[in-house]
Design a protein around this ligand. Sequence first.
Ligand code: C5P
Length: 260
Amino acid sequence: MHTTVLIVAAGSGSRLQAGVPKALAALGDGRTMLEHCLESVAAAQSTGALQLNAVAVVVPARPESAAALEQVCRTVGDRTGLMVCCVPGGAERADSVRAGLAAVRALAGAATPGDRHAVLVHDAARPFVPPTVFHAVVTALREGAAAVVPAVAVVDTIKTVATTATDAAPGTEQVTGTLGRAGLRAVQTPQGFDLAALEAAHRRAEREGPADAAALTDDAMAMEAAGHSVAVVPGDPLGFKITTRLDLMLADALLDPSTA
Ligand code: C5P
C-alpha cells in the first residue's frame, strides 16, 4: 500500500491568539507545533507503525508564514529522512485538504503501478499522536476499509440547543434534547482513506454541498455523504487538538520534564 500523510497546517489560529499561524506557535520546549507533529509521524515510521512514502504539508498562502513552515519541514525532513513537501492552503480546512490532495495525487503518480494508494489526513494542531494510533488506522486500511477514524469516548453530556428570541430574553438558548453519550465518540486525526475514494468524495462535497466549506469539519464527513462506511479504531487522549490557550498549557505541561 502506497501511503502518504497529508498534514493540514494552514489555519490562522485566531482562537489561540499566538500572533502567528497556529502551526508556527512554539510549545514549551521552543519547538513549533508543526515540528512536533512531523516528529510524531517520524516516530510512527521508525517504530514500523507506518510504511510511509511521503508527507505533504499544507501551509498558509501568506509568503512569510509559508517560508517559516517550509523551513520547519526541511529541518525535520533532513533530521528524520522523511520526504516532506509543502503546498499552499485555502480559506477553510476543507479547501486546504483539497489543495493537499492534489499534491498527494502527484506524489502517488511515482508509486508502483497497481499499488493501492492510501492517504492519512492529519491536523498539525494534534502534535502528540502516539504510533499506536497511526498503526491502528493503517491496519484498518490494509484490511480493506475505505475510511477510518480514530476516536475516543465523550466525557461530557451533549445537549442540542435552539435559540429562542423573546422580548424578555433576546437570543436565549434552550435545550431541545440530550444525545445518548454511550453512542457518541470524539473523532481525532490521522483519518485514513483510500486516496481515490477521498478525492471523489471531496469532489462530490464541492459539487453538492454543504455549500459552506466551513461546515465540513473533517474528511470522514465527505466520505459518509458519499455513502462509504467509516471504520472506527481507538484514538488516544494524546491525540487532543490544540485550539485554545488552555490546550497550549496542557501541551507545555506534557513537554515539561519536571511534570513528567
Ligand atoms: O480550525 P481547526 O482547529 O479545526 O483546524 C484543524 C486543522 O486544520 C489545523 O491543523 C489547521 O492548521 C488546519 N487548517 C488548514 N486550513 C484552514 C483552516 C484550518 O489547514 N483554512
